[in-house]
Design a protein around this ligand. Structure first.
Ligand SMILES: Cc1cc2nc3c(=O)[nH]c(=O)nc-3n(C[C@H](O)[C@H](O)[C@H](O)COP(=O)(O)OP(=O)(O)OC[C@H]3O[C@@H](n4cnc5c(N)ncnc54)[C@H](O)[C@@H]3O)c2cc1C
Ligand code: FES
Length: 360
């Protein structure tokens, strides 16, 4: 995969915890991407090369220069490093834009996009929102945006400006955990089924031929939305999800369950040999039960594609053409991809002998 070396053109402080970093290609080649995709930033911290995914918050149809917004995570290695050290003029190594949290845009579309965003989850939604308003004159967008309080809202002013510019086609519903006294701009507290029902009922009735839902935010918020969709009998297949990561507790639960699964499948302590075909080469290596296929490959200096390393982004996707692989996170793949045998090497564990994975 060709790595890009992009120059930082501008940095904007969005909130006390988040910056937006705008890039340009020093070669003057345009950086082509689709709304909703992400960049993988590769940085060297204390001699170690680390990668993290950051969604593009810009629209390819509007902005000449792509940008990502990076919010600090408490104790987080890369988000804090980037917030603390990036400067205009720096060059950053990135992987080309990737991701499937996007949609086909057409000026003939007549649809209602309902976007559920929480905190920094607004970034890919902002890209989808801007692109829809710009390119689909007959479509409408509703943004249901949950934040801790007024000061933590990323893109507050930009969103307020869009409300004025597109008042007939853009509708904002705010949810704040902490509100000032006599606040009447939206809903107070955390999103729950009752609130979701109320919000969806209150959205302007559109003449849309179809309603499509996108969500990106903290995992507990997205679980509430998914459950509400089931309870309210809303079409789950129309609800698209982008997850940014998992908490240490969720990671520990997943690890425990994969070890249990390995025991159930009588996986030997030394694990199974896996064959990975990628970039014209074939690699064979043993994967022990407590390591993923990607983790093992990287430890052996085998160059495989990846970004998030937590089953969220699909950068490491390959097709399992023989043997059995268990994923400890499969949300990023569609049911069709799972049926076709696609796996994510970063969260994939061999459960049988003879596993062969082909990565395009
Ligand atoms: C497709 C994709 C797009 C993303 N887009 C953005 C974006 O636009 N803006 C942005 O700020 N971030 C985004 N992220 C998250 C980002 O890639 C990093 O995971 C995040 O910045 C934390 O990295 P870190 O090195 O600071 O934390 P780490 O050092 O990796 O983690 C520190 C601790 O925080 C926990 N943790 C990490 N991420 C989360 C999380 N999301 N929720 C709860 N706990 C967590 C970890 O389990 C760990 O214990 C995206 C992730 C993916 C997969
Ligand atoms: S590297 Fe992101 S899903 Fe595997």
């Amino acid at each position: 995969m060709n790595h890009l070396y992009l120059k930082i053109r501008n940095i904007t402080k969005e909130t006390a915890e988040a910056i937006t970093v705008e890039f340009e290609n020093p070669d003057n080649e345009p950086i082509s991407y689709q709304a909703g995709q992400f960049l993988t930033l590769i940085v060297n911290i204390k001699g170690e090369s680390v990668r993290r995914a950051y969604s593009l918050c810009t629209s390819p149809l509007i902005h000449q220069h792509p940008a990502v917004t990076i919010k600090r995570i408490k104790g987080g290695l890369v988000s804090n490093y980037l917030n603390d050290t990036l400067k205009v003029g720096d060059t950053v190594e990135v992987l080309p834009p990737m991701g499937v949290f996007t949609t086909e845009f057409s000026e003939n579309n007549r649809r209602h996009l309902v976007l559920f965003g929480g905190g920094s989850g607004i970034t890919p939604l902002m890209s989808l929102l801007l692109t829809t308003l710009q390119s689909e004159p007959k479509s409408m967008v509703s943004l249901i945006y949950a934040n801790r309080d007024a000061d933590s809202i990323i893109f507050k002013k930009k969103i307020e400006d869009l409300q004025i510019q597109f008042k007939d086609r853009f509708n904002l519903v705010q949810i704040w955990e902490k509100t000032p006294l006599f606040w009447s701009k939206g809903h107070k507290g955390l999103l729950n089924t009752k609130m979701i029902r109320k919000i969806l009922d209150s959205l302007p009735k559109s003449t849309a031929e179809a309603t499509e839902y996108f969500m990106c935010g903290p995992n507990p918020m997205m679980e509430v939305i998914q459950k509400a969709f089931i309870e309210l009998k809303l079409p789950l297949d129309k609800l698209r999800k982008e997850s940014f990561g998992i908490s240490p507790e969720e990671a520990a639960t997943k690890k425990a369950s994969i070890l249990e699964e390995s025991q159930k499948n009588n996986v030997p302590t030394e694990g199974y040999e896996v064959t990975v075909r990628y970039d014209g080469e074939e690699h064979k290596f043993m994967v022990p039960p407590d390591k993923s296929i990607l983790q093992t490959a990287l430890a052996l200096d085998i160059d495989l594609p990846y970004s998030c390393q937590s089953g969220m982004c699909t950068a490491c996707m390959g097709k399992c053409v023989a043997g059995k692989v268990k994923l400890d996170e499969e949300d990023a793949l569609t049911p069709k991809e799972l049926d076709q045998g696609y796996v994510l090497t970063c969260v994939g564990h061999p459960m049988s002998e003879g596993v062969v994975i082909v990565i395009d």
